[in-house]
Design a protein around this ligand. Structure first.
Ligand code: V47
Ligand code: SF4
Length: 361
């Protein structure tokens, strides 16, 4: 079976769902990795991208309370927080936290809970305040789940909601909230969350509005191989229609402090999932090995299994660390470059749209 898949990859043919299932079932991890590495190099050569960025989570108060999420709280619950716009600006200035320095951020990544009381204007004001203070920082904000929620609270349709956000400073969108599209598993994981079809509809509408986005898949919880393959093919189909996805990021499930519990994903599964994603998603330019979730060392090794991006400096990370992440919360530019170089790749500092800023040879 792997021989016929190898033939297809080498001759540029698309993989089928059966091929993807066979890859996930196979334990020839080195063969799969070598094939994915070939596919990655065809797209990005020896380049491995990183970005100087910062994450901000404006609130952890969320009406959804997904069963895999250890970050969220209900209003009034111990540990619930909400940031003011001034506090968000302060964080971007680098005035808070243990990593105070001049970061020269290219991007701020903003995602948070679905707050029961914040009006749509709060999000618009947040965007315009950031743009006013930092016109050169790209704002990558709000998952498809948050966009759907904003459309509900504003009474606007998706297209108009996105247009208002874009006008206020939204540059692109992250890929969170996709989880697993398959309905039976999704209903167990996050019964209050929008459906997989709605997630795809929000992304399609964003792409049509000229907003680039990422895509993710949460794996390692209750799903089976067929669910993962179904998820990847739905993304590949949408990308065929819009071309609006920049990167795919498999998110490894972290079980601590969650309602569903369970185990951390294994290193082998992490690498296999990166590799199969690279092979199936032939219309995605980038596969990201998110070091916060994979750990610094597995994400480095993932660069030899089909990934071409390890994300960025991050600075502050709450979602995965609430669920037992073993990584640090921040890496310096030099540490990211070091990991990439030691994987025998060329570190390329990029902007939010994958334009190279610095090749670090
Ligand atoms: O939407 C929540 C996931 C996502 C857990 O687009 C969990 O560049 C693992 O989407 N274990 C947020 N995952 C993170 C995300 C992301 C991260 C980095 C870069 C980009 C990008 C996107 O984290 C959530 C949810 O899918 N998540 N809880 C957990 N226990
Ligand atoms: Fe809320 Fe997102 Fe956590 Fe679900 S994953 S509870 S939507 S913050």
């Amino acid at each position: 079976m792997l021989d016929s898949i190898r033939e297809k990859v080498l001759s540029g043919q698309r993989l089928t769902k059966e091929d993807a299932i066979a890859l996930f079932q196979s334990n020839d991890i080195f063969d799969i990795g070598r094939l994915a590495s070939y596919a990655a190099e065809k797209k990005n050569g020896k380049n491995a991208y990183f970005i100087v960025n910062r994450h901000i989570n404006p609130t952890n108060i969320c009406v959804n309370r997904c069963k895999f999420c250890a970050f969220s709280r209900s209003k009034g619950e111990e540990g619930a927080y909400e940031l003011t716009i001034e506090e968000i600006i302060e964080k971007l200035k680098g005035g808070h936290g243990p990593h105070v320095m001049d970061h020269g951020f290219s991007e701020v990544h903003i995602v948070g809970g679905l707050h029961p009381d914040w009006p749509f204007e709060y999000y618009l004001n947040m965007l315009s305040a950031i743009k006013k203070e930092f016109p050169h920082i790209a704002v990558k904000a709000f998952t498809a789940v948050e966009i759907d929620y904003m459309s509900k609270i504003s009474g606007l349709n998706l297209k108009d909601t996105l247009a208002r956000l874009k006008k206020s400073g939204l540059d692109l969108m992250p890929g969170g909230g996709a989880e697993i599209f398959a309905e039976a598993i999704r209903n167990k994981l996050c019964p209050e969350k929008i459906s997989g079809d709605r997630w795809l509809e929000v992304m399609e509408t964003a792409h049509m509005a000229g907003i680039k986005t990422n895509a993710t898949m949460l794996y390692g919880h209750l799903e089976g191989i067929e669910d993962r393959v179904d998820h990847l093919f739905k993304l590949r189909d949408l990308q065929d229609r819009t071309g609006g996805f920049q990167a795919f990021i498999p998110l490894s499930y972290h079980p601590k402090n969650t309602e569903i519990g369970g185990f951390y994903s294994s290193g082998i599964d992490d690498l296999k999932t990166i590799a199969v994603s690279r092979l199936v998603l032939d219309n995605f330019d980038h596969i990201k090995a998110y070091w916060i979730m994979l750990g610094e060392k597995v994400s480095q090794v993932a660069l030899l299994f089909g990934a071409d991006d390890i994300d960025g400096t991050i600075i502050e990370e709450k979602i995965t660390h609430s669920a037992g992440a073993m990584s640090e919360e921040a890496m310096t530019k030099e540490e990211l470059e070091y990991l990439i170089k030691k994987a025998d790749k060329i570190p390329v500092q990029r902007d939010a749209f994958y334009n190279p800023l610095v090749f670090c040879r």
